[in-house]
Unconditional design. Sequence first.
Length: 66
Amino acid sequence: MTRLMNIDELADYLRLQKQTLYNWLHQKKITGIKLGGVWRFDKKEIDAWLKSRRNLSKDLKLTEKK
């Protein structure tokens, strides 16, 4: 079964303010689903997003070194 986190749990997980997450949702930097008026986030999708950001960061560092 998919693990869904609410905004508070995600903020704790990422060590960010909830407002940052709401801003990112508005800017479409992260995705979530709204169930009953409450945002929910798939932990597997968040982990994949973090991994892709890490890979992007590595690619940028390699490009800067050239």
